[in-house]
Design a protein around this ligand. Structure first.
Ligand code: SAH
Length: 670
């Protein structure tokens, strides 16, 4: 058995004392309760990180700092009687039981209540009683309480809990109108009906579900859910959907000339960044192609830079700029996620680009196709996985999961949960980096032979160095890996613009999470992550146009796990309270919203407060959609414009094998 007492001391010093927790009872209690006994098997090593962690039933054990903060705010003293709502793992109850005389803790999920009861008994905490039930009603049997702590976020303070507080008692509860973020509030009962309220700041808890909390099935309060039904119509005519309807510009057919024209308002920009809300939706690709065709044909854009590996995009670039294919060239985009670029939507754009470039005699006027991503990202990941499959299948399994869930919009608990660190990888690390270095250097030699000046020797060395660093931090997971990648994309874009000279203009195709200003999303606000959209905004100001895309429902091409096969999945209708739901309630099936200041300011104002937004990458997990795919953002700060297709369809993937007899020149080899 590993001894965690030093980790515990360290946690108390670093995460608690240094951040202002000073109540000696709280610090002592946190120093003696073994948190590792409350987290799922395999996650023990994360037990003393200052992070929430997943437990069963999709719930979480709270972050140590928050547990300490709440107990300190509740001013729990020896001899007192305490009620907790949301026993979860039982950890916070155990900590409180080291201070108070008696702790009652209610849990609505039977599985969790049973586990917590057993765990607390095994550890000998005999002054805690675990009760299964709806804690929003409190627990009248043992009332009144000196302190009540609610470990889940509700829309308001449940009335029964106020009533069960003794005069002088303290109630600590996260309260918020939205499910994903709350204010932590302390109510002190100073009279029969009088309470003093203090605000401890912004927090995020799982929802408080029950009679005086949220409804189990959607984002409404239980009360609203009960009175809904006949009021469905009324719910749809809220003022925001109406404002959306008024501001909406109808989208013409994607292939009509008028579609591209709608975006002429952005032609002054040096960089037009076109997003997507998934990596597998046909409408997003076709719309981006239509806008890009217009920008190339009419407005002098000569760079199409996409979220893809450089070498694969380079094969396409040779084709569209009528350069001879490299004799040894592999087919482009043959590694996971193949459908992201190898699909009929992209193919038809590439054919158009080749034809159009063929008609332009001056090479400087031809538009090229480039990959912005970390050099050879997908190829490198694949190489690592193949190697690990051979030497250590368990390490390979863990690596697949890690690569699959390290997307910035997924909340931390699930990231940790699916990616428990095994001992398997560390010993392979140097070998893996060696393999990557060889792979990159070999490819870069080929690329240098192309003679394009933006890939000079210095750039090559930089690519290898930053890639190595990237794979290291990516595996261990942190904001840093995301930032490295997006900084790299931005620098590559700058190199491309410089190569085209003063008048170079670029269109970027990348996911909304890369091109929407990260400073306006959870990525930036909560996790210090930046992205190419933000860097472009900072560098180019209004000469960067950030255009986001969204949809309510339909189908999407995506995998269930990293390296898994492509599947055509149903996209669930959007979540109540999300931007997508507001657009859908606007009732205009396909629309463009101009979100720039001075356009539709009333709407802009209404949309500014952060709401949920859906992000689907190469992986889509509808089973855990809210946790895995929704994140908060402020749409008008994130994007200059938003393109909306209420219903959308999956891209059509192309086969990955070369067809007999096809000319070698075509990058997709079909
Ligand atoms: N204190 C816990 C953290 C629990 S997370 C710990 O230290 O591990 C919040 C818990 O509240 C979840 O387990 C959830 O199932 C539970 N919960 C949500 N609504 C509830 C309600 N109305 N009554 C009781 N428990 C509830």
């Amino acid at each position: 058995m590993v001894d965690f007492s030093r980790d515990r001391d360290r946690m108390v010093r670093l995460h608690l004392a240094r951040r202002g927790i000073s109540d000696p009872h709280v610090l002592e209690a946190m120093r003696c309760v073994p948190r590792e006994a409350f987290v799922p098997k395999g996650l023990e090593e994360f037990a003393y990180d200052d992070s929430p962690l997943p437990i069963s039933e999709g719930q979480t054990i709270s972050q140590p700092y928050i547990v300490a903060l709440m107990i300190e705010a509740a001013e729990i003293e020896p001899g007192e009687r305490v009620l907790e709502i949301g026993a979860g793992s039982g950890y916070a109850a155990a900590v409180m039981s080291r201070i108070a005389d008696r702790v009652y803790t209610i849990e609505r999920q039977a599985v969790l209540a049973d586990e917590a009861r057993r765990r607390l008994a095994d550890l000998g905490y005999d002054n805690v009683e675990v009760i299964e039930g709806d804690g929003t009603r409190g627990w009248a049997e043992a009332a009144p309480y000196d302190a009540i702590i609610v470990a889940a976020g509700g829309p308001a303070v449940p009335e029964p809990l106020r009533d069960q507080l003794r005069i002088g008692g303290r109630l600590v509860i996260p309260v918020g109108e939205r499910q994903r973020s709350q204010r932590l509030v302390t109510l002190t009962r100073i009279g029969q009906t009088e309470f003093r309220e203090d605000d401890l700041g912004e927090v995020r808890f799982v929802p408080l579900v029950g009679e005086h909390g949220w409804s189990e099935h959607d984002g409404r309060t239980e009360r609203e859910a009960r009175t809904a039904g006949s009021k469905r119509q009324a719910a749809h005519s809220g003022s925001v959907p109406e404002l959306i309807r008024e501001a909406a510009e109808d989208l013409p057919d994607i292939d009509a000339a008028a579609f591209g024209q709608l975006f002429d308002r952005f032609t002054e920009a040096r960089v037009v960044l076109l997003g997507e809300a998934s990596h597998g939706t046909s409408e997003f690709y076709r719309a981006r192609a239509a806008i890009t065709r217009r920008l190339i044909e009419r407005h002098g854009f000569t760079i199409v830079a996409v979220e893809a590996d450089w070498p694969d995009a380079a094969a396409v670039d040779r084709y569209v700029r009528h350069k001879p294919a490299r004799p040894t060239a592999e087919l482009a985009f043959r590694r996971f996620p193949t459908w992201m670029w190898r699909n009929i939507e992209v193919e038809s754009f590439i054919e158009w680009l080749r034809e159009r470039n063929g008609a332009v005699r001056n090479p400087a006027g031809q538009a090229g196709f480039f990959g912005l991503d970390m050099y050879n990202l997908n190829a490198s990941v694949k190489t690592v996985l193949d190697y690990l499959d051979k030497v250590d299948p368990e390490a390979a399994r863990v690596a697949r999961e890690r690569y699959g869930c390290l997307t910035p919009w997924q909340s931390e608990p699930s990231t940790y949960g699916r990616a428990a660190l095994s001992a398997g990888y560390a010993p392979c690390e140097n070998a893996v980096l060696g393999i990557l270095r060889d792979l990159l250097e070999k490819h870069l030699q080929y690329a240098a032979a192309d003679g394009e000046s933006f890939l000079d020797a210095a750039q090559n060395a930089r690519l290898v160095a930053s890639a190595e660093r990237y794979y290291r931090v990516m595996y261990y997971g942190s904001a840093e890996s995301w930032n490295l990648r997006d900084r790299h994309m931005f620098e590559t874009l700058e190199q491309l613009l410089a190569w085209r000279g003063e008048h170079g203009k670029a269109v970027v195709w990348a996911h909304n999470s890369h091109i929407g200003n990260a400073a306006a999303t959870e990525m930036g606000v909560v996790r210090d992550e930046l992205n190419i959209g933000q860097l472009c905004r900072e560098r180019f100001g209004t000469a960067a146009a950030l255009i986001g895309f969204g949809t309510d429902r339909g189908t999407v091409a995506a995998a269930s796990d990293w390296d898994g096969p492509v599947e055509i999945k149903q996209v669930r209708p959007s979540y109540p309270g999300s931007y997508e739901r507001l657009c859908r309630d606007g009732g205009v099936g396909r629309l463009l919203l101009d979100l720039r200041k001075g356009q539709h300011d009333a709407l802009r104002h209404e949309l500014l407060a952060p709401r949920l937004e859906r992000f689907i990458g190469v992986i889509y997990r509808p089973e855990t959609e809210l946790e895995s795919h929704y994140s908060e953002a402020s749409l008008p700060q994130q994007f200059d414009a938003y393109v909306w297709f209420e219903e959308s369809n999956a891209v059509t993937p192309l086969p990955t094998k070369r067809r007999e007899g096809m000319p070698e020149t075509y990058p997709f080899g079909l």
